[in-house]
Write a protein that binds this ligand. Structure first.
Ligand code: ARG
Length: 401
């Protein structure tokens, strides 16, 4: 029987050419797998037809946008995950869900190998292949760009020679990856890290310098998950989409960073994640009133580690799973409303309320009704400073000798 390979298919030039390229190089039949993670653009049906037109023997298409929002974006939100303090893991969290569907398709169509369009320099090859190793340990991996010398020029020549139903003239100078959680743009002019991004780079956000009137929004959460916007019930996917739109027109969520790739290269990336950044801001502020201090401090460390693991392709790892359990436990009381103003590139919280809040007005107030016994503070401070005071006494003694 002819060997079969499932290919992670985007509908773009490189993966369209990869179908025939892999076929010629290996003699295998190629099954194209397209997964909708809310990236917008062409319909899955259009993509399916193109895959078949480019020589795929089968096309597997899946609308995974709700699955992606519920099982990948929501854990990222609960973790307040920002890699290196900036990047909400847009591409990093889409790979594991695509991997799930690749493995499912491989089983359905009896494939032995999984192919993807990543280069040998980035994080995504690692995320795909580590994911495949974990979910389908018997499956092999191949990356035509990395392993079969499929360069851009060769791809264009191949598409023209074979008359593939794909545009080869439209030249996009950037490498772009997008889904409902955000958008990542790199390469070209951006590789000079002194160059400011030009306006044409952005798609999810309008320029924050000329914003429309301020937009006040109330986001309601239950156990760390957004459930309503301005009182209207929403699914996680709807919440992200609605905030992509409303925060996007205000220019919220533009990020310009040089980040540390897993392979040891520092690289410049422009992100726009209006919905994700507005939601993370709101969620963090709700945690500020509902999560106990020590738990919150520790959670910040856990969230950072979680972000690193996910960035580094360890979505399906035991440590990531254990951290998920911790994070989930912290979300029990993260229920309530956050009011925020979206304007001119910023999402600023100006009100919060929660039935499970730890904010105690009577403890906090400086007005009448104060229940806090200030006389307790003296003894507390005395003991709190004791350890450092004893050490400082020793330092003075030693220095004096
Ligand atoms: N650097 C980001 C990451 O590794 C985004 C990579 C997405 N690819 C792109 N063509 N911009 O998660």
């Amino acid at each position: 029987m002819t060997e079969r390979i499932v290919l992670a298919y985007s509908g773009g030039l490189d993966t369209s050419v990869a179908i025939g390229w892999i076929g010629e190089a290996t003699g295998a039949e190629v099954i194209a797998v397209a997964v909708d993670v809310g990236q917008g653009g062409e319909s899955l049906e259009t993509i399916r037809q193109r895959a078949l037109g480019c020589g795929a023997v089968e096309a597997y298409v899946a609308d995974a946008s709700d699955e992606f929002a519920n099982e990948y974006c929501m854990p990222t939100l609960k973790a307040n995950a920002l890699y290196q303090g900036h990047y909400p893991l847009v591409s990093a969290i889409s790979r594991p869900v695509i991997v799930k569907h690749l493995v499912k398709a491989a089983r359905e169509f009896g494939a032995t190998t999984v192919a993807h369009g990543c280069t040998g320099k980035g994080n995504d090859q690692v995320r795909f292949e580590v994911g495949i190793q974990t979910l389908g340990p018997d499956l092999k991996c191949i990356a035509p760009v990395r392993d079969l010398a499929l360069t851009r020029d060769k791809a264009i020549a191949f598409a023209e020679e074979k008359g593939l139903p794909i545009e080869t003239t439209k030249k996009n100078p950037y490498s772009i990856d997008q889904n409902v959680w955000g958008r990542a743009v790199e390469t070209g002019y951006l590789e000079d890290i002194w160059n400011a991004p030009t306006k044409d780079i952005y798609d999810y956000t309008a320029t924050p310098e000329f914003p429309p009137a301020p937009d006040e929004v109330t986001i309601s959460f239950e156990a760390g998950v957004p459930v309503a916007i301005d009182g209207v019930r929403v699914t996680p996917l709807q919440a992200i989409k609605e905030l992509n739109r409303r925060a996007g027109v205000q220019g919220v969520g533009r990020i310009d960073v040089v980040e540390d790739r897993l392979v040891g290269i520092k690289s410049r990336e422009i992100y726009e994640a209006p919905g994700a950044m507005a939601l993370i801001t709101a969620h963090k502020h709700l945690e500020d009133i509902t999560v106990e201090r020590e738990q919150a401090r520790f959670k910040a460390t856990v969230g950072q580690r979680w972000a690193e693991l996910v960035y580094d392709g360890q979505w399906f790892s035991p440590l990531k799973r254990s951290l998920d359990a911790f994070i989930e436990d912290t979300q029990k009381y993260v229920t309530g409303d956050i009011r925020m103003v979206l304007h001119g590139g910023q999402a600023i919280v100006n009100g919060r309320r929660s039935e499970t809040s730890l904010y105690d007005f009577d403890l906090a107030t400086y007005d009448t009704g104060d229940t806090f016994d200030q006389s307790m503070a003296r003894g507390f401070i005395e003991l709190w400073g004791m350890s450092a005071k004893v050490a400082s006494g020793r330092d003075i003694r030693v220095a004096g000798k």
